[in-house]
Ligand binder design. Structure first.
Ligand SMILES: Cc1cc2nc3c(=O)[nH]c(=O)nc-3n(C[C@H](O)[C@H](O)[C@H](O)COP(=O)(O)OP(=O)(O)OC[C@H]3O[C@@H](n4cnc5c(N)ncnc54)[C@H](O)[C@@H]3O)c2cc1C
Length: 356
């Protein structure tokens, strides 16, 4: 059987990857989408809104994350792979959606080779991998939020329990939020706890001011780490800072109510925001010389093409969505960047070019 060489391989099936795939297939390209949903815990940031409705994504009013993910999948499935003739050349167009978590991206001559694990990652189970080949790649793998370090002991079973607890409260109307702009409207005039340290955490408070002025910063046992000028503002805004370590969550079903502190006291809030940073999903790019910012987010040019350390575009390699440095981490932005990346990847495969 003839080996499949895709025109565009898209890594990640969130809004950025979906839009990149649809836009590229609309330009008659043969597109692979690597969808990690069934293979890993990583389901994308939009998926997290378990009971909170996403309210500012185009065309999808009031939709929860898992349903939004299903709609994205349906949109891609509406463009199956078909053959067509362009002049005398037989080509394919459409979207081939495969379950897989990208492990390693390499270049072999003119082609990219993408190694992906295609079975659920489990301890003691050998990795099952597949190799996909393509002419261009769009990295749309987003990032994962760092969850609060509460109820943590460095033992694997405890670690699992910590995550099970955090996941129970994450993405619910009365649970952990990670995006104040997304979920702040749920807590207008309510008392909001913001967890994090450094000047960075004051930025979260600045975002929260549109919704409430009742804010407490929890540092979870660390010094607040704010500079004198920021601290002065925090005090002027009457934002309380509590540096006591949190012992455990206090909750009811999926509702987070407050915390038991290490000194035995209990604190209760109406809303909870964590801002401890992010983990970019770019492990498969190890070995590539590409520009990234201090958080590990990808620096791209206006065509969403990734750049090497000299600032030169890396041929065939594009990126879109939350993984891009300096952009708003929101769904409409992810769609827009995804379209740019999908179209730029398609354009890069054209054979006719304007004379220099
Ligand atoms: C709780 C929460 C609520 C939010 N609410 C809103 C809102 O109301 N409005 C709004 O506009 N935005 C909201 N956002 C932000 C929004 O979800 C993101 O901006 C958006 O999902 C980014 O899209 P993306 O496609 O870049 O990344 P993602 O949606 O994160 O998708 C990335 C995809 O890549 C996959 N992936 C990761 N690594 C690999 C790999 N190695 N191989 C293959 N696939 C991989 C992931 O599993 C995921 O499916 C919210 C975010 C969160 C966390």
């Amino acid at each position: 059987m003839k080996e499949t060489i895709y025109d565009v391989a898209v890594i990640g099936a969130g809004p950025a990857g979906t839009q990149a795939a649809v836009s590229a297939s609309h330009q008659m390209r043969h597109v692979l989408v690597l969808h990690s949903g069934k293979v890993s815990f990583s389901r994308g940031r939009a998926y997290w809104s378990k009971s909170v409705e996403i309210e500012d994504a185009p065309v999808f009013p009031g939709i929860i994350g898992p349903n939004f993910a299903k709609e994205l999948m349906k949109w891609m499935e509406s463009r199956p792979v078909v053959d067509f003739m362009l002049g005398s050349e037989k080509r394919k167009t459409g979207i081939d959606i495969r379950d897989g978590l990208a492990q390693k991206l390499t270049r072999n001559g003119d082609l990219f080779e993408l190694e992906a694990s295609t079975k659920t990652l489990k301890q003691n189970t050998p990795l099952e991998t597949a190799l996909f080949k393509s002419r261009t790649v769009v990295v749309a793998a987003g990032f994962d939020d760092k969850w609060p370090d509460i109820e943590f002991e460095a033992d694997a079973a405890r670690l699992y329990k910590q995550y099970a607890t955090v996941f129970r409260y994450a993405g619910n109307r009365k649970g952990w939020h990670v995006c104040i702009r997304c979920d702040g409207h749920l807590h207008v005039n309510e008392h909001l706890a913001i967890l994090g340290v450094g000047d960075y955490i004051y930025e979260a408070a600045i975002g929260a001011q549109d919704f409430t002025d009742k804010i407490t910063i929890l540092t979870n046992g660390r010094p607040h780490g704010m500079s004198p000028s920021v601290l002065e503002q925090v005090k002027a805004r009457k934002i309380n800072i509590i540096e006591t370590k949190i012992k455990r969550h206090i909750g009811e079903k999926t509702n987070l109510l407050g915390f038991e502190m290490i000194d035995g006291s209990e604190l209760f809030f109406h809303g909870f925001l964590v801002d401890e940073g992010l983990i970019p999903n770019t492990k498969f790019l190890e070995g590539w010389d590409y520009q990234k910012d201090e958080e590990g987010l990808i620096v791209a040019n206006e065509d969403m093409q990734m750049l090497d350390s000299n600032g030169d575009p890396i041929p065939g390699l594009f990126a879109a969505g939350d993984i891009i440095s300096g952009e708003r981490n929101l769904i409409a932005t992810a769609f827009a960047l995804g379209q740019e990346a999908g179209l730029s990847a398609s354009d890069s495969l054209r054979q006719w070019h304007f004379p220099d």
